[in-house]
Design a protein around this ligand. Structure first.
Ligand code: IDP
Ligand code: MG
Length: 133
């Protein structure tokens, strides 16, 4: 598959860095094929993050992701999932490589500004949860 799902998370929307992040995404050759400004409901967030149910950070994660507006983007590029994961960097910005979105913008491991699907199957699943396709 040549698509992935990106979410610009509430901490980034609140800090007025949407444009900076989208600019980096475009400069790295991703084409935005769908985009939505939204607030996640609790039920959508719980469905989206069901792989993390039971983990220590799960409740904090759902509370954070439903705390404010987000931007969802469907991105198209050859090998989109892997290349986008490289662009966003490690979950914890302390360990993210220079030039990655999380190194540049994330506050910490919890409030890390951006989501990217981690497999083609999850990209398909996440796109269908957020968008109707
Ligand atoms: P990923 O976003 O890099 O794929 P996941 O392990 O799938 O990382 O975790 C989903 C999200 O949950 C992270 O992006 C981050 O917001 C939050 N998270 C992950 N691990 C921790 C943690 O150890 N403490 C607090 N929040 C975490
Ligand atoms: Mg993940």
């Amino acid at each position: 598959m040549d698509k992935t799902l990106a979410l610009i998370k509430p901490d980034a929307v609140e800090r007025n860095i949407i444009g900076d992040i989208i600019s980096l995404i475009e400069k790295n050759g991703f084409v935005i094929i769908d985009m939505k400004f939204m607030k996640m409901s609790r039920s959508i967030a719980e469905k989206f993050y069901d792989a993390h149910i039971g983990k220590s950070f799960y409740d904090k994660l759902v509370t954070y992701m439903t705390s404010g507006n987000i931007i969802a983007l469907v991105l198209k590029k050859e090998n989109a999932v892997d290349i986008f994961r490289d662009l966003i960097g490690s979950t914890d910005p302390e360990f993210a490589k220079e030039g990655t979105i999380r190194k540049l913008y994330a506050i910490d491991k919890s409030f890390n500004s951006i989501h990217g699907s981690d497999s083609d199957a999850n990209a398909e699943r996440e796109i269908s949860i957020i968008f109707d396709h």
